[in-house]
Design a binder for this molecule. Sequence first.
Ligand SMILES: Nc1nc2c(c(=O)[nH]1)N[C@H]1C(S)=C(S)[C@@H](COP(=O)(O)O)O[C@H]1N2
Ligand SMILES: [Mo]
Length: 317
Amino acid sequence: MNRTTMMDEVVNIIGPYILKILKYSDVTPYNFYLNRRKFVEALGLASLAFVPTPTLAKQSYSTNAKPNTIEEITNYNNFYEFGTSKTDPAKYAQSLTTDPWEITFEGVSQNKKKFDLAEILRGKAIQERIYRLRCVEGWSMVIPWIGFPLRDLIDELELDNNAKFVAFETVYRPTEMRGQKRATLDWPYREGLTIEEALHPLTFIAIGLYGKELPNQNGAPFRLVVPWKYGFKSIKSITKISFIKEQPYTTWSSENPREYGFYSNVNPNVDHPRWSQATERVIGEGLFGERRKTELFNGYIEEVGDLYKGMDLKKYY
Ligand SMILES: Nc1nc2c(c(=O)[nH]1)N[C@H]1C(S)=C(S)[C@@H](COP(=O)(O)O)O[C@H]1N2
Ligand SMILES: [Mo]
């Protein structure tokens, strides 16, 4: 038995036991993080990668709202690389090759910087998160994602000192992504977060939905999901992740800085210059269905409010 297999076995046996002896109230993300570290140190394991994260997280972070159907989630999409109409991604995204898939990391000091998706997923505790997705255009859905917190990946990297932001990039493949043949956006699509936002336990990497592999139109094989921000922050089909010191270039805020900010936290009190953000149309309720009141931070004020304490949310929209 090699060292890796041995560690896997040890953790498989002890991991769930540790979870049982912690009371639910003890399993706050931060406490659990500390406990996980102690546990790893106690066993003398080299890495956190093999320690399962509790699926308890599902209870605390998922919404109780009823998920949209798979048909709705996979046929009403924004993915401009395949066209600007909501039905274009379902029609054209099959042409994207998602296997093999490599992701390059910048701003890390380890020698190896390029990883195959399988290497990245190895040892990750895969969980379900049911999140509301609120698009800046004024509609929303409820999506049962499958994946892991971005934090679990960042914990395994050796970050350069002083990283303050994380920048993400989608692949640039005009031969496979017909929308990239036109300059609808400044390709490749790019997004970014502060390091604190990236490390927040709600910030998620989705590799699936409804318990199955992620459909191409939803950003296969690896996409970001930040549930308290407008949908455009949740960048799809990621190929590069950089840890940097300055606020990164982000596609929509550069395209139209007056309409789209870097933060783009869901906020019913800060209107888009061309429409109100106070309410949202819930996809599946029909065109004349009742609109839902939009919630500050998409309902996650308890979880993320501290990140923006004292910040002028009208100025930093
Ligand atoms: N690369 C890329 N990522 C993207 C987009 C895009 O056009 N290209 N659209 C964004 C927008 S505006 C939204 S609302 C969500 C939609 O995600 P969904 O289609 O999985 O519901 O993806 C976001 N991620
Ligand atoms: Mo969006």
